[in-house]
Design a protein around this ligand. Structure first.
Ligand code: 3PG
Length: 306
């Protein structure tokens, strides 16, 4: 059996070492495709793979067509919007994610970016502090929960709204529950996005939400660029010169944002949230174990295309 790691954005080498150990211990062979720049490289590499570990790599119908022996794909991470689930199912391939394994890394980046933003991107001018500010979490999954934990250490007031998480569960984590997305945007000094990209959420962050934010508010997006209506956000930031937008991964209109909103906009050049050795080890090894568990014992926990 051959397990392929196909990552355009590579794991830390310590994670590869750990994955290799799990794969070889199971009697399988590991192959590695990193930093590929041409889809053809991916199509060639999957030809004889029985299992595959990926990150944000786009796994579409063409990949499944080329992967004649593929039985399982594990997205080492949380969001699986990069994988065509219908195509996977049609090709009888199981898709899994590794929820929670990289969420602390993303949460720490949220706080790092927030300090950077409230200190005016370290331009030397007097900024502000996070202590006492109200942080609104849009979605209270693994990342949102980790952000809440760390933000409380900063002395922030934390509130959240999650369409799929009952208010009681949010309150049980000692976080204030607000009744709607609208209310969250209106009442927070900072809104941090932790929603997945789904047909319902794509372009859902629009003028009516961002335009309702408090004076001097910050919108931070470590989720997916697709959830932002970029055109509307540009309009809103033009009208509201007090707002800041921070994003982990460049929006499509990065050049326009950078030109129009200097000092109020920052985006990481590559998605950095999960780029820590720890997150790579956690998610990569979990993925390898899930592959072994599936191939040897048929365990389908964490399957997302049921
Ligand atoms: C995730 O969904 O797990 C994160 O966005 C991390 O993505 P990455 O593996 O491409 O860094």
């Amino acid at each position: 059996m051959k397990v392929l790691i196909a990552t355009e954005k590579p794991f830390a080498s310590i994670a590869i070492k750990g994955i290799k150990e799990v794969v070889e211990e199971a009697g399988y062979e590991l192959s590695l495709l990193e930093k590929y720049t041409d889809k053809k490289e991916l199509l060639a590499a999957v030809a004889d793979a029985d299992a595959m570990i990926v990150r944000s790599d786009k796994i579409d119908n063409a990949v499944f067509d080329a992967a004649k022996q593929l039985k399982i794909v594990v997205r080492a991470g949380a969001g699986y919007d990069n994988i065509d689930l219908a195509a996977a199912t049609a090709h009888k391939v199981v898709v899994m994610n590794t929820p929670g394994q990289n969420s602390n890394a993303v949460a720490e980046l949220v706080m790092g970016l927030l300090v950077y933003a409230v200190r005016n991107f370290y331009n030397g001018k007097s900024g502000s502090e996070l202590k006492g500010k109200t942080l609104g979490l849009l979605a209270f999954g693994n990342v949102g929960r980790n952000v809440a934990r760390i933000a409380k250490g900063f002395g922030m007031k934390v509130q959240a709204y999650d369409a799929f998480c009952p208010a009681e569960a949010i309150e049980a984590a000692d976080v204030k529950s607000v009744p709607s997305t609208e209310e969250l945007f209106k009442t927070s000094d900072i809104v941090s996005l932790h929603i997945p990209a789904t047909p319902e959420t794509v372009k859902s962050i629009n003028t009516s939400l961002v335009g309702s934010m408090k004076k001097g508010a910050i919108l931070i997006n470590t989720a997916r660029k697709e959830v932002i209506d970029e055109k509307q956000l540009i309009t809103t930031l033009t009208e509201r010169e007090d707002l800041k937008y921070i994003s982990d991964i460049k929006p499509d209109a990065d050049v326009e944002f950078a030109e129009k909103f200097p000092g109020r906009y920052f985006a990481t050049p590559k998605k950095m949230g999960a780029q820590t050795a720890e997150a790579n080890v956690n998610a990569g090894i979990a993925g390898a174990n899930q592959i072994v568990g599936f191939l040897k014992d048929g365990i389908t926990k964490f399957q997302v295309n049921k």
